[in-house]
Design a protein around this ligand. Sequence first.
Ligand code: FAD
Ligand code: UDP
Length: 390
Amino acid sequence: MDKGSESFESAVSAAVPGQRGFDYLVVGAGFAGSVLAERLARELNQRVLVVEKRKHIGGNAYDRYNDEGVLIHPYGPHIFHTNSADIFEYLSRFTEWRPYQHRVLASVDGQEVPIPINLDTINRLYGLNLTAFEVEKFLASVAEDVKEVKTSEDVVVSKVGRELYNKFFRGYTRKQWGLDPSELDASVTARVPTRTNRDDRYFTDTFQAMPLHGYTRMFERMLDHPNIKVMLNTDYREVADALPWQHMIYTGPVDAFFNHRYGKLPYRSLEFQHVTLPQEHFQPVGTVNYPNDYAYTRITEFKHITGQTHPKTALVYEYPRAEGDPYYPVPRPENAALYRQYEALAEATENVTFVGRLATYKYYNMDQVVGQALATFRRLKQKHEDAARA
Ligand code: FAD
Ligand code: UDP
């Protein structure tokens, strides 16, 4: 079992001596749960029990060395990027960083070209030599006139027209989500911008870096506090009634918490195929996307991202799935409506706070989850201060 794990017996005995029990039961040791556990323990001196059903901390950002010694991300590639100095500074308490700018190529028409679509993408795809100014005119000439941008199809065709939409977005999105882009909120494909310059970075955020010793080490340091006990391999339902606690922070899927009372909230899943090859390098950049070929969406080669030097290299292929571990909320109007029903239940559940990507059904990146957890902490702290004054 990983470092930081407690047995049920030791968690019980840790709770009993002061007769105080745990102030907080935190369900899930991903970003949402770990940030809140850290803040509550360190700043408010609360006694916190973190219960995680997997056998490791870190949630989907967990990383580890595989049997060949290559650092991998078992739940798919995780690249940290944020525009928030506060979030970056907060995480910097627990890790040093390795600067890293992610680059992605898309395999289209037999070529590997930059995605997000930029000046070089268009020139290479069409054998042209346009300037930035000319490419702007080209895109304006092919863009469709969309009155109101509502769906993931609208976003793209209104910027780059139908042909580029078909080449780069339609197939990828249908594969990734099992839905046509016209059935998904605009926010999904809006994550990928269009550029008329030659910037080929996937993200343009102010802070882009990887934890120098990996995510798991960063989580270990976050959770390393005498007031925090971590219990792995445990579903919270196994212990919630048997242990004394005052307030719960829940970071799992919100519909599961309420026993799917209103029906299942759709979450998209992935199957990860991990491969290690006896060669130093496999592909020119961290990720290559396959919008139109194969059953997988993308291949990621971890050494680009982690900076590790090793005679072997490790890859992950992502195969989208309808069933399996919940990884992505599916942003579309009917799901938002169903989520609102669960949200109303969540708000009415006084001694439980729902935080994170699964519990608030938001397609959040890591930094957004950290931001949400820190904002939640500020609200809880205010409540503590109000209670102390009363
Ligand atoms: P999670 O990490 O899912 O943690 C929730 C935890 O709760 C899990 O460990 C789960 O096991 C546990 N849990 C659930 N139910 C129970 C229960 N009943 N009892 C006990 N424990 C329970 N973000 C980026 O910023 N950059 C990226 O490059 C990036 N790439 C991604 C790639 C993929 C393939 C995926 C799926 C996500 C990616 N993300 C990325 C998003 C990132 O993973 C999330 O924003 C972040 O990890 C969410 O943290 P969380 O704590 O909300 O949820
Ligand atoms: N997308 C696409 N083609 C690409 C890259 C992205 O159609 O080459 C669409 C697809 O719908 C995807 C969404 O844009 O799910 C968001 O892409 P992102 O890379 O942010 O996805 P994530 O890393 O969160 O899986």
